[in-house]
Design a protein around this ligand. Structure first.
Ligand code: NAP
Ligand code: 3JM
Length: 340
């Protein structure tokens, strides 16, 4: 028999993704029984509102997962590495937002609009991975095009907001702007260089191949989610001084010819996508409009005139919602509908 309500733990509840989890569970009326909010000793003892009640934040420890059905994790990769397997062993299903398990062949990597069937694979480890924010918005927009025209190659450049690096990163941008307006020297602690009025062509650390880890996440995760290693992907990921929503300039080469008009028609009906494409009237997606929205917004669709079958487009979405917390809650919704 189906349960009426599920006990849910949020690990990293005081972070920007964690707080979005709490908002989205309430907004979507997810059937929450007990809500267990977990963080480090820095925040244990504080309270966060859920459905009008101030729930206590507790310290993440070994006993925390007894009786929990679903655990939504966003505490950073090294913390997930230790605690997600413990939670899974205690019997709950973990939906992990970090990069820790994404490429594990025994862990499904899921975007419900793209590969919902993969969720069934959670039984191997009791863990499901949520992809990187930049990957999620790109695959939601490209999946219908891949299904119909087969994408051979993707070239993507991102313009990622500071909220993707957490609460301290958002504070760093605010503080740097304040200092610069007051003729003071800004400090950089979270980012490797000043982010205020600047762009940083580095997200996460550099690898031996000259790419950053963030760039290789986009390459590897896209292929895993599409279940198609023949798709070639190359990425340049850039941090920009925007608070919320990531933007992406995406170029695709398809096997079968696809006109911009056909792409627009397909995307106007695609699940989770809103087409905003009337540039003559100034209509195209922008981060300020996408923030606090659920959909992936696509515009500036046009022919790549330098190759036979190519398209350019501009894809924008709220990185904390579809890029993180919303996608994970949608996975949990499929779990309770079809599996538990
Ligand atoms: P954040 O604002 O810095 O929040 C980090 C959260 O993790 C806080 O609640 C923090 O608690 C908690 N935490 C840190 N160390 C912990 C520990 N040792 N034990 C228990 N809790 C701990 O960061 P965020 O933006 O929410 O992101 C958190 C993580 O989610 C990232 O590191 C990343 O792996 C993942 N993420 C994924 C996506 C995605 O695309 N799917 C997007 C953004 C982030 P305190 O308040 O106690 O410090
Ligand atoms: C987004 O623990 C960490 O260093 C987290 C780094 C991080 C990640 C990650 O690798 O999990 C920050 C922001 C992500 C992500 O989604 O990949």
């Amino acid at each position: 028999m189906k349960k009426k309500a599920y006990n849910v733990a949020i690990v990293g509840a005081t972070g920007v993704v964690g707080k979005e989890f709490i908002k989205i569970l309430e907004e979507r009326k997810f059937p929450v029984g007990e809500l267990r909010l977990l963080a480090s000793e820095r925040s244990a003892g504080s309270r966060i509102e859920f459905k009008g009640v101030y729930e206590p934040v507790r310290l993440l420890d070994e006993e925390t997962f007894e009786g929990v059905d679903i655990a939504l994790f966003s505490p950073g990769a090294s913390v997930s590495a230790v605690y997600a397997p413990k939670a899974a062993k205690a019997g709950c299903i973990v939906v992990d937002n970090t990069s820790q398990f994404r490429m594990d062949p025994d862990v499904p990597l899921v975007v419900p609009e793209v590969n919902p069937g993969a969720i069934a694979g959670y039984k191997k480890k009791n863990i499901i991975a949520n992809p990187n924010c930049s990957t999620i918005q790109m695959v939601v927009a490209l999946k219908p095009l891949h299904d119909k025209y087969r994408i051979k190659r993707i070239v993507v450049s991102t313009y990622q907001s500071v909220s993707g690096a957490g609460k301290e990163a958002m504070e760093e941008l605010s503080e740097q702007v304040r200092k610069l307006f007051n003729m003071q020297e800004p400090e950089s602690k979270v980012f490797p260089h000043r982010i205020a009025f600047n762009c940083l062509p580095q997200i996460d650390s550099f690898l031996d191949n000259g790419y950053t880890k963030e760039e290789m996440k986009m390459v590897n995760e896209t292929r895993k989610i599409f279940g198609d290693d023949s798709v070639m992907v190359t990425a340049t990921t850039v941090r920009v001084p925007v608070f919320v929503s990531h933007s992406e300039s995406v170029n695709i080469e398809t096997e079968k010819p696809c006109t911009p008009e056909a792409a627009k028609k397909l995307l106007s009906k695609a699940p989770g996508v809103t087409l905003m494409d009337d540039p003559q009237k100034g209509i195209y997606p922008m981060p300020v409009d996408a923030a606090n929205q659920d959909d992936v917004f696509v515009g500036r669709i046009r022919k790549d005139e330098s190759i036979e079958n190519g398209l350019n487009m501009w894809i924008v979405s709220d990185n904390l919602r579809k890029g993180a917390a919303l996608n994970a809650v949608q996975i949990a919704e499929v779990l309770i509908k079809d599996y538990i």
